[in-house]
Design a protein around this ligand. Structure first.
Ligand code: AHR
Length: 514
């Protein structure tokens, strides 16, 4: 048995929980769009072709903002192909994923889907094969009210009101050799600057995301950001970071330390961006948009070059187990712990492609294991992130070095009094007995404690949810939690994601009434 202690104090805060930390991502890739969110003829599809069963799960998952249409796809995309009467839209080669793109879904359909799902759209412009003109035309099409060629065209397609898209990505992963239209940092930084200037002329309210490195292993990591931001620092609001924890070939102990890598990556990007800000004597501070993050068994993907042209193929449909859900929990904790600088975060992707939701064409939709930590965090992490300094032993996590056994954060919503502790026990063998001093929360009671866990059987960490057993892995009530005398004691099972919810006791008189 291992023990850990921490203090939760409402006076020690990291920053507000921006709802946009619970974003997601829909790319024209594999079956994310077609037979994912959209499937004409599916028994649950509406008249536009959007699957109602998927929409229901999306609402339950709780993303707040969804990035679209890529990803690598956007770097070869002509957005005009996806507007107007569907029967007139061209079929194109999608060079990113060697796929045939029907263009049945385009920007108008996506925004309509966002409204049904109650999420904010976040669009990416193509700065791979295209440039300033096409970006401003798309923005004019989406956000200009009326009376111009592009805005009136949108209106003629049935969207009388502007789409009012606020967050825009200036391209995608343009540092990567796999990217259509790859650029040097200076080329891209310059193009981002020009595009940003022009886009702000069309709509000054837009928030712009410059592309950071596509991953931390790429040799140009951090030098890319420095060179890009040297060009466009003043005109962008966020710099992107992509992070995929790859479990392939790693021991369970190493896999569970996946969040530690993201932690370092965020700190490195913040340091790099702030360095450019300091050099420019600028008071402007950039947010980090972690606009692609997840667990991805990348070694299992043979690469796009090996693919034959196909439509709606199954591509990187990773099936996640309990341990992956615990890692996703840890990545969410990491994002929240950096709420002072992480401004947007999008789990990649939403449906089928490395996704929390899986579907079968013509068949069911179900929740993968990783659905649960996201849904619980999105539902309960509200208000302010509190600063925790857990006292806990570390373990040897191989290439990640020494990593604490406990990964935790807490949020406090002053309005409702809701206090939520999110915690991961990375031990593969032992429960972790956590004691939390709740100074500053005198009238609180325990509402609920849940754990998603493999328990003590190591093979259970491999359990997955499938179409025939969709609820094999779900969070369960943790009976080993109690609150007494301002002290929370909870036993966190090995390999577990935990949510402990506390709130004001309705039966206790408020302090000023006593
Ligand atoms: O999410 C899958 C792919 O991963 C995206 O298209 C790309 O941006 C990243 O490399």
């Amino acid at each position: 048995m291992t023990t850990a202690t921490l203090t939760i104090d409402p006076g020690f805060r990291v920053g507000p929980v921006d709802p946009r930390l619970f974003g997601s991502f829909v790319e024209h890739m594999g079956r994310c769009v077609y037979t994912g969110i959209h499937e004409l003829g599916h028994p649950d599809a509406d008249e536009r072709g959007f699957r109602g069963d998927v929409l229901e799960l999306v609402r339950e998952l709780g993303p707040t903002i969804v990035r679209y249409p890529g990803g690598n796809f956007v770097s070869g995309y002509r957005w005009e192909d996806g507007i107007g009467p569907v029967e007139d839209r061209p079929r194109r080669l999608d060079l990113a994923w060697r796929a045939l793109e029907s263009n049945r879904v385009g920007v108008d359909e996506f925004v309509a889907w966002c409204r049904s799902a109650a999420v904010e759209p976040m669009l990416a412009v193509n700065l791979g094969t295209r440039g300033v003109r096409e970006a401003v035309e798309l923005l004019e099409y989406c956000n200009h009210p009326e009376g111009t060629y592009w805005s009136d065209l949108r209106r003629s397609h049935g969207a009388k009101e502007p789409h009012d898209v606020r967050v825009w990505c200036l391209g995608n992963e343009l540092d990567g050799p796999w990217q259509i239209g790859q650029k040097t940092a200076t080329e891209y930084g310059r193009l981002a600057l020009e595009t940003a200037h022009a886009m702000r002329r069309v709509d000054p309210r837009v928030e712009l995301v410059a592309c950071g490195s596509s991953n931390t292993r790429i040799p140009t990591f951090a030098t890319w950001e420095a060179a890009v931001l040297a060009e466009c620092y003043d005109v962008v609001d966020h710099v992107s970071l992509h992070h995929y924890a790859d479990p392939t070939g790693r021991s369970l102990a190493e896999r569970l330390a996946g969040g530690a890598e993201l932690d370092r990556a965020i700190e490195d990007i913040v340091a790099t961006a702030d360095h450019i800000g300091a050099r420019r004597k600028s008071r402007h501070r950039l947010g980090v948009a972690v606009d692609e993050w997840n667990v991805w068994y990348q070694a299992g993907f043979g690469g796009e070059a090996a693919l034959d042209w196909a439509e709606e193929r199954r591509l990187i449909e990773d099936t996640y187990d309990v341990a992956d859900a615990v890692v996703v929990g840890s990545l969410l904790v990491t994002l929240l712990r950096h709420a002072d600088r992480v401004s947007i975060a999008c789990q990649a992707q939403l449906v089928n492609v490395i996704a929390p939701i899986r579907t079968e064409p013509g068949g069911p939709a179900w929740r993968q294991t990783i659905f649960h930590p996201f849904a619980q965090a999105a539902a309960h992490a509200r208000g302010e992130v509190l600063l925790l300094e857990p006292q806990v032993p570390s373990y040897d996590a191989g290439e990640h070095g020494d990593v604490p056994l406990l990964d935790a954060t807490a949020t406090y919503d002053e309005d409702s009094g809701a206090l939520t502790l999110l915690a991961v026990n990375r031990s593969t063998t032992d429960a972790l007995d956590l004691t939390a001093q709740l100074r500053g929360f005198p009238g609180h009671r325990l509402i609920e404690a849940t754990a998603l866990t493999a328990g003590t059987a190591p093979e259970a960490a491999r359990t997955t949810n499938t179409a025939s057993a969709p609820d094999a892995v779900v969070p369960v009530r943790n009976e080993r939690a109690r609150l007494a005398d301002g002290r929370l004691e909870v036993s966190l099972p090995p390999v577990s994601w935990n949510v402990v919810r506390l709130g004001p006791d309705p039966h206790r008189a408020p302090p000023d009434a006593r």
